[in-house]
Design a protein around this ligand. Structure first.
Ligand code: FAD
Ligand code: FES
Length: 259
């Protein structure tokens, strides 16, 4: 656990905030994997003892700052949105296992939905730095919910779709995943709501594209103790429950089971 100071905190969309604070670890020395998350205590009072998991979105190694982007969903994220620059946050992490990078890959397809998009920014940066071609397909409810498009565009092509057609093409991210389009990539990396992940998994399995899914489970401890975050996977022909906080949140797509 580290107490860290808020550097900036701004609204970037409808009830969506970008929060930058001093990294709980020395980024030069330790580094972080894209897809890892921070577990943040939203207040000091006893009514919010449980932390809230938020993905690492950006890392500023030079100034030792990290950024998360979050949507106000319930009382915890509402409280977080009221924090001011200079306030101190109690942060645990970075936790979990992020997205693996593959040395021999040439091109990566990133797929994000809603507030599943934030971890793809740091992933796109690291992939591009490693010399890969990066194409990101992002989907949002509407123009008002669209976030981080210019950040992603700094690292490669971005295709935007919205449910109502108010930005980019009208439709779902899965509409873009034709066999022809996907054949240009070696691997995919996805993060978003569970129904989106399930649909992406089904389609890309048909196109024979290997990939990773970042699962969103409700979390208590974030460090493998409470067993509150289990998800079913299939490994070596056996079904088993794994702790998303410790073994994930990123898993190989072919092993994830959805019920
Ligand atoms: C690994 C991981 C990374 C995430 N990254 C982001 C991100 O980058 N941006 C973002 O906007 N959201 C992200 N989420 C979802 C975010 O954690 C929840 O929206 C948030 O915890 C809701 O808290 P609340 O108090 O506002 O809502 P409440 O409904 O009051 O939450 C009550 C409890 O349920 C848990 N909870 C509620 N919804 C979720 C959820 N969807 N996932 C996990 N726990 C939940 C909370 O941690 C808390 O313990 C992530 C979730 C996980 C598991
Ligand atoms: S959140 Fe406690 S074991 Fe995963």
């Amino acid at each position: 656990m580290s107490l860290v100071k808020i550097h900036s905190h701004t609204a970037i969309g409808s009830e969506i905030y970008e929060l930058t604070f001093v990294s709980p670890v020395d980024l030069q020395a330790v580094g972080c994997e894209p897809g890892q998350f921070l577990h943040i205590r939203v207040t000091d009072s006893f009514d919010f003892l449980l932390r809230r998991p938020l993905s690492l979105c950006k890392m500023d190694i030079e100034h030792n700052l990290v950024t998360v982007v979050y949507q106000v969903k319930g009382a915890g994220t509402k409280r977080l949105s009221e924090k001011q620059v200079g306030d101190v946050l109690d942060v645990l992490g970075p936790l979990g296992h992020g997205y693996p990078l593959h040395a021999l890959d040439r091109a990566a397809l990133l797929i994000g939905g809603g507030v599943g998009v934030p971890p793809l920014v740091e992933l796109a940066r690291q992939l591009q730095k490693a010399g890969k071609v990066v194409h990101t397909v992002v989907g949002f409810q509407s123009n008002q919910h669209a976030i981080l498009i210019s950040e992603l565009a700094a690292y490669g092509a971005v295709t935007v779709v919205t449910n109502d057609g108010s930005l980019g093409r009208k439709g779902l991210v899965t509409d873009e995943l034709t066999n022809d389009f996907c054949s240009s990539y070696d691997r995919y990396y996805a993060c978003g709501p569970t129904p989106m992940l399930q649909a992406v998994q089904q389609i890309l399995e048909k196109h024979k594209l290997p990939g990773y899914l970042s699962l969103e489970e409700r979390m208590g401890c974030g460090i493998g103790i409470c067993v509150g975050c289990v998800h079913k996977v299939s490994r070596d022909g056996q079904e088993m429950n794994v702790k998303t906080c410790k073994e994930g949140p990123v898993f190989a797509a072919q092993e994830v089971l959805f019920t």
